[in-house]
Design a protein around this ligand. Structure first.
Ligand SMILES: [Zn+2]
Ligand SMILES: [Zn+2]
Length: 179
């Protein structure tokens, strides 16, 4: 596993300490080497002026074209607000068993809800959403256990209510893919 890397790739400007925190904590769940990649620009034409949001699919497309040394998975991290056409917003996106995953910090920040910034909370939420999206890339689907990290977050409350860990059922499934 030592030659399989999971890259954290900032898309647009992303606070370094959030990336560092993810790099430090994600290996507690995923037994791989994590590396912070170089920042890539926000994809052109992803901005929707009517919605004041960014369409997430061009972000994943961009990640899919990246060639990185020993790359196994890529988690894109952005601070802009993302959407897909049938949802008001998304905290992140990934393909089941794909290589790429993506999270947005926009709605994980207390400032989005008119509250003062809480970096500790932001890091905790980012970790949960990162584990969730990477979980999808290892083949996990959504879980019905509201405490499990694979529970689908409809709102920030769902994210706060769940833990950054897999339930026993999800853990037993994902462990088989840690090869
Ligand atoms: Zn999901
Ligand atoms: Zn679960």
């Amino acid at each position: 596993m030592k030659d399989k890397k999971i890259y954290l790739v900032p898309i647009g400007k992303v606070r370094r300490e959030i990336l560092e925190d993810l790099k430090e904590n994600l290996p507690l769940t995923f037994p791989y080497l994590f590396e912070i990649g170089e920042e890539i620009p926000i994809p052109e034409n992803s901005w929707n002026i009517k919605r004041n949001q960014y369409l997430s699919t061009p972000f994943l497309d961009k990640l899919s074209k990246l060639e990185l040394e020993y790359v196994f998975k890529i988690l894109g991290v952005t601070e802009v607000d993302l959407y897909v056409p049938y949802l008001n917003y998304i905290f992140g996106q990934a393909k089941i068993r794909g290589r790429e995953a993506l999270i947005s910090l926009a709605r994980l920040s207390n400032t989005f809800y008119g509250l003062p910034e809480d970096l500790r909370l932001l890091k905790k939420r980012a970790l949960k959403e990162a584990v969730h999206e990477l979980g999808h890339t290892f083949g996990l689907e959504h879980c019905f256990n509201p405490k499990c990290v694979m529970f689908f977050s409809n709102s920030i409350k769902d994210t706060d209510d769940k833990e950054e860990k897999f339930c026993n059922r999800c853990l037993s499934i994902i462990s088989r893919f840690f090869i």
